[in-house]
Design a protein around this ligand. Structure first.
Ligand code: NAD
Ligand code: DAU
Length: 354
């Protein structure tokens, strides 16, 4: 049994779906169901006894203590976080509360639980913390990609809060010996991605005939990874990563934002052309830049490849085509998110709304 936090969110939901499709090990899913938590993404697990959902906060010490005592997980994967950079600029407090204070309380509960384990259960236990490449700050055009030894230089309230949580995780290993693993991943994309992030926002706005807002000059570079490749990396690190180590995860897919948006538009032109026959790219609108916008991220994923044999299965071309097709095939999921109906669905299924 493993405990996965934040598994009603984008990556966590993909992770649980893949985990249960490939392994027969049950999952307890602890999620606060913020605006980003959507149990409809896990609808296919209804009635599956291997998935137990618990509505709650990673920062709720007594709840986490009780969960650990009841389920006795062999590992914890911590996805729970506030994840959107723009929201962190607008209102940083929730980011500090969940990403820093919440992670601290979770670590304290896990330290107490792990301290009470014995023998193989104690030796084999793992706490895997899911983090981001944004903790490393920004790169210039000619700089080498981030490695695991690149200094932390977070620039947004989001990345600063994730950096703080990474430091706490590291400290719990060095001070208390907690067997932790940290992964720092680049930009994910794929199914169940909340349409506030670049790729899903461009798809849903394009189909709705709305403007496609590109920040600044659109030449900021991100390194894109299909979400299921991130999930396979986490499974591999959990299986064979060395406690106390960090692993960078990336797709070797550096692309400027404007190229991403043009690719999405071209795929939509092919798969779901506009009624008037005009190209979706005509909807692109350059808008004011994000404050403190990092110019370039790039991940050197050699360590996880050489040490653990992990590499992504998808190229950007195959992954983005699957993603656009998924949004076209799942208009009901998008509509429920946009109308807020997914909150009602949560209430109906679980008798509670956040
Ligand atoms: P998301 O915003 O889609 O989902 C976050 C989930 O965490 C939601 O279900 C939310 O309800 C839950 N949550 C928030 N606060 C909580 C709390 N206090 N207690 C319990 N649950 C809580 O995020 P995501 O994109 O799936 O990202 C998951 C993790 O991966 C985050 O830690 C993020 O920093 C990291 N990450 C994301 C990316 C990316 O491209 N999306 C890349 C690298 C790392
Ligand atoms: O690098 C990993 C990070 O990737 C994760 O840690 C974060 O949780 C995740 O949200 C993501 O952060 P970004 O800020 O890179 O993602 P976002 O989709 O918000 O933006 C991607 C790029 O596109 C960024 O340079 C800003 C730009 N952008 C974004 C939006 C939403 C636009 O130009 N227009 C937009 O409307």
């Amino acid at each position: 049994m493993i405990l996965v936090t934040g598994a009603a969110g984008f990556i966590g939901a993909n992770f649980v779906l893949d985990w249960l499709a490939q392994l027969d090990e049950p999952v307890v899913n602890l999620d606060k169901l913020t605006y980003a938590g959507n149990l409809q993404s896990l609808e296919s697990l209804q009635g599956d006894a291997r998935h137990a959902f618990v509505h709650g906060d990673i920062g709720d010490r007594s709840l986490v203590d009780a969960l650990l005592a009841e389920h006795r997980p062999r590992a914890i994967v911590n996805f729970a976080a506030e994840s959107h950079v723009d929201r962190s600029i607008h209102g940083p407090e929730d980011f500090i509360q969940t990403n820093v204070v919440g992670t601290f309380h979770l670590l304290e509960a896990v330290r107490a639980y792990w301290g009470g384990l014995e023998g193989a259960a104690k030796a084999d236990f793992r706490f895997l913390h899911v983090s981001t490449d944004e903790v490393y700050g920004t790169l210039g055009a000619g700089d080498a990609p981030f490695t695991e030894t690149t200094a932390y230089e977070p620039n947004s309230p989001y990345s600063a809060s994730k950096a703080a949580s990474d430091h706490l995780v590291r400290a719990y290993h060095h001070t208390y010996g907690l067997p932790v693993l940290t992964t720092n991943c680049s930009n994910n994309y794929g199914p169940y991605h909340f349409p506030e992030k670049l790729i899903p926002l461009m798809i849903v706005n394009a189909l709705a005939g709305k403007p496609l807002p590109v920040y600044g000059d659109g030449m900021q570079i991100r390194d894109w990874l299909y979400v299921k490749d991130h999930c396979s990396a986490i499974r591999r690190v959990l299986e064979a990563g060395r406690p106390g180590e960090t692993y960078n995860v990336g797709g070797w897919n550096e692309k400027p934002n404007i190229e991403i948006v043009n690719t999405v538009c071209a795929l939509l032109d092919e798969l779901s052309p506009r009624a008037d026959g005009k190209p979706y790219a005509g909807q692109i609108t350059y808008v004011k830049d994000r404050p403190g916008h990092d110019r370039r991220y790039a991940i050197d994923a050699n360590k996880i490849h050489q040490e653990l044999g992990w590499k992504p299965a998808e190229t950007f071309e195959t992954g983005i085509r699957k993603t656009v097709q998924w949004y076209l095939d799942n208009a009901a999921w998008v509509a429920a998110v946009q109308s807020g109906d997914y909150r009602n669905w949560i209430g109906k299924q679980y008798g509670a709304t956040a």
